[in-house]
Design a protein around this ligand. Sequence first.
Ligand SMILES: Nc1ncnc2c1ncn2[C@@H]1O[C@H](COP(=O)(O)OP(=O)(O)OP(=O)(O)O)[C@@H](O)[C@H]1O
Length: 265
Amino acid sequence: MPQIELTQLQYTYPQQSFRLAIHHQVLSDSLIALVGQNGAGKSTIFKLLTGLLTADSGSIKINHQELSDLTPKQRLKLIGITFQNPDDQLFNATAQKEVEWSLSQVMANKQQITLKAKAALAKVGLEQQAGENPYDLSLSERKRLTVATVLAVDPLVYLFDEPLMSLDWYSKQMMTKIFHQLAASGHQIITITHDMDWAAAEFESLSVMANGHFKFSGTPKAFFSNRSLIQEVGLLPPKIMTIAEKLGDSRPYLSVEDYYRQHSK
Ligand SMILES: Nc1ncnc2c1ncn2[C@@H]1O[C@H](COP(=O)(O)OP(=O)(O)OP(=O)(O)O)[C@@H](O)[C@H]1O
């Protein structure tokens, strides 16, 4: 399983008061939800991991390899990202070309690129839209297209920034299934999300950020059992916990299924 190690990592945006400061943090679970209030520093971590930003100081290692020592190609094979807004990353004339462009950054064989791009589009249910301009696709389809661009390259670590935002129910189910499949096949998936219901129900672990620091890393059960920490970092528990609490039951529940399981024993 991939392991990311952040040590004495510091970053400050020019002329901004926000400061990211991480003493030592290891991310080693396969399915991690990165959560925290707006401005906590989640996207900044992603930008540092992908090399879009360079840390002021400190180290980022994946599987004991210093990221800054890698070539851009090595880095792309190791770590892939989709942005919150698909329009920030799509620029090719067709969906097929968009995925092929990503592949061309890491491989040269044109025939293989075409085949891999087709397969990745099929994985996200866009095989029929391969010839369409990304801007003629719905927002939900454009989000899925960005996922196809990373699936095609198949890095060891996948970073998804708000992957469910603006997705319809069908696409949400599809994404969740894809994430579980990736995790089961030895990849690491780190997902920024504000959807606590989804984070609690579907993720192996939560990494919680506040004010540029990591405040918690562990299982959703452990985090949602800690009411004072939930309040301190300004997050809401899953809705099922709020309902249970209103009924006088303050135990942590991660999903409706979890509630049902515990009450049908
Ligand atoms: N390019 C930038 N220039 C200056 N300041 C920035 C820039 N990008 C982010 N910031 C600031 O850095 C802080 C952390 O931002 P970041 O985007 O990492 O937070 P986040 O946890 O991802 O928030 P959100 O959930 O809203 O996406 C915020 O105060 C933000 O305003």
